[in-house]
Design a protein around this ligand. Structure first.
Ligand code: VG1
Ligand code: CO
Length: 544
């Protein structure tokens, strides 16, 4: 096989964020840009002679072109084989499953997740290690370092374009590309974990389900699992045909962007259960009839009831949540007598805990829930958890949540996002809070007294690696808190995320709308951060 070494110049902006490198498609289309990053990944690895690389993406614009480049570069860099999803499609959790099930060396996932797709929108790429999880910071830092000094990349230019539409094996000079069915391995895994017979009976008894794939990657997975295997009527699915620009939408499953589904779930014919997933299939939104479940509550409730699900019948080893996620799951862990870990934002921090058998379930407030069945968060898995719990208990979504609050109290929670803020004022907000670190403790704001403030730092309990600067925390004496951090997944300006949490045992308070219950805390957060004054933004762009 002819291997060409191509001279190149470094790009300065290839630092992976919370979940890989995300940029506008046009940035990736610059000559050598994708090649440089892929070579920078390969240069961090010691690739053994029989190494297999898993490759797949969420089907967005530029997915197929990128895959052809990656195949040619994998061949030139010494991989023996590439496993690629049919039509270049693998949801993020499905890719994680393929890496694990076929013990491949690692994987490249092409996705910008919940960010919009299309020629003027976003593309992304990340590397997952042999455990199926996102590369830890040690590796992403090394990739960035390589990208800043790269001078050459290797490619096999004569390798023919692989026909990604047909399942099968192509061989060239001993290098193999196998196109695999994108769905069946994942659907089999789900079927092995949940009580499909009980869910089938629940559906057959007249309960209704609506699933919104938001024109993104979970469409074919939902068709196979909900319709083909669980017998749900075909009109249980909406927006389930994958499109390269996600139907022009923003494939982010929350009350703002999943408006098609929200209309149905709050409409006159509201189904018993509604759910949506994001661009790459790792996020989930759970709704009952006229009822929204916060992701933090969803994690807590799945943890509390996990034994009703066959895969977790023998209990959980422990749980983990990202720092900004509410403490609802901590209360469940305390009751169950299991450990609860608090990690920085981003799924990559859960991998070590799962590999070491310390945790079974993990979750993030950003509509991410998952378990150690793979090493990514998993949207359809969360949907199946809920369906399994509904079928096993015969309860409605709302009554399950309300009973949970009665038993554990409610962590009233909301996140306010201020998107596309220019970088300077966003930094100014963070600086303004940091300047008050010494003076804030003890200060009184209305009914809130500041207890402590810090910039969250995490020491990994398994490998002792330290991650600093993970978000500013203002903790109040009453147990309420405000967390402020800058997003690491955006591609335009800065996004400021303000996370608000108050705990209440009072049943009357538990019935309140979260925005009403948090109104004073929101005002206090503005007083301390001066966000409206420093950014000119009076309202958040998105409230979840
Ligand atoms: C966001 C979320 C974070 C999540 C990450 C990737 O990161 O807050 O919880 O892990 O997206 O999700 P940030 O840095 O923008 O806050 V996905 O579904 O985009 O891979
Ligand atoms: Co995602």
């Amino acid at each position: 096989m002819l291997i060409q070494t191509v001279a190149t110049q470094p790009f300065a902006d290839q630092k992976p964020g919370t979940s890989g490198l995300r940029k506008k498609v046009r940035v990736f289309q610059q000559a050598h840009y994708l090649h440089n990053f892929v070579q920078s990944i390969f240069d961090t690895l010691q690739i053994p002679a029989d190494a297999i690389l898993t490759v797949g993406g969420d089907g967005r614009f530029y997915n197929k072109e990128a895959i052809q480049v990656i195949i040619k570069m994998a061949a030139a860099n010494g991989f023996a084989k590439v496993l690629v999803g049919q039509n270049g499609i693998l949801s993020t959790p499905a890719a994680s499953n393929i890496i694990r099930k076929y013990t491949t060396f690692g994987g490249i996932i092409l996705s910008a997740s919940h960010n919009p797709g299309g020629p003027d929108d976003d593309f992304g790429i990340k590397y997952n290690t042999s455990n199926g999880g996102p590369a830890p910071e040690k590796i992403t830092d090394a990739i960035f370092a390589n990208s800043k000094q790269i001078s050459h990349y290797k490619i096999a230019p004569e390798l023919p374009e692989v026909d990604l539409s047909a399942v099968g094996i192509t061989t060239l000079d001993g290098f193999e590309v196998e196109v695999i069915d994108s769905v069946s391995d994942y659907a089999d895994l789900m079927q092995s974990m949940f009580d499909f017979a009980a869910i089938k009976r629940w559906l057959a008894a007249g309960h209704s389900l609506k699933f919104d794939a938001m024109h993104a990657v979970t469409g074919p997975y939902a068709q196979e699992i909900f319709v083909n295997r669980l017998g749900a009527p075909p009109d249980s699915l909406m927006n389930c045909v994958v499109s390269e620009n996600f139907g022009g939408g923003h494939p982010d499953p929350n009350l703002t962007y999943a408006e098609d589904l929200v209309k149905v779930a709050y409409g006159p014919q509201a189904p018993d259960f509604s759910a949506a997933s994001d661009g790459d299939g790792d996020r989930n939104m759970i709704l009952g009839s006229h009822f929204f479940v916060t992701p933090s509550d969803s994690l807590a409730l799945i943890a509390a009831n996990a034994r009703l699900i066959p895969a977790y019948a023998s209990g959980l080893s422990g749980v983990a949540r990202s720092m900004p996620t509410s403490g609802a799951v901590d209360r469940v862990a305390a009751k169950l007598g299991i450990d609860c870990y608090e990690t920085p934002t981003g799924w990559k921090f859960f991998g070590n805990l799962m590999d070491a058998g310390k945790v079974t379930l993990c979750g993030e407030e950003s509509f991410g829930t998952g378990s150690d069945h793979v090493r990514e968060k998993d949207g359809l898995w969360a949907v199946l958890c809920w369906l399994n719990l509904l079928a096993a208990t015969g309860e409605s979504v709302e009554s399950l949540v309300r009973k949970h609050w009665q038993q554990y109290g409610r962590n009233v929670y909301s996140r306010h996002d201020y998107e596309t803020v220019p970088t300077a004022p966003a930094q100014a907000v963070m600086q303004h809070i940091k300047q008050q670190f010494a003076s804030l403790p003890g200060q009184v704001f209305g009914s809130y007294t500041v207890n402590t403030v810090d910039d969250f730092s995490y020491t990994d309990p398994i490998d002792a690696s330290v991650s600093n600067g993970q978000g500013l925390r203002i903790l109040f004496v009453c147990g309420s808190r405000v967390v402020i951090r800058l997003s690491g997944t955006g591609t335009e300006g800065a996004t400021i995320r303000v996370y608000l949490e108050a705990y209440t045992e009072d049943p009357a308070q538990q019935q309140l709308d979260a925005q009403d219950a948090l109104a004073e805390l929101i005002t206090v957060s503005h007083q301390i951060s001066q966000l409206p004054q420093l950014t000119g933004r009076l309202q958040p762009t998105v409230i979840t």
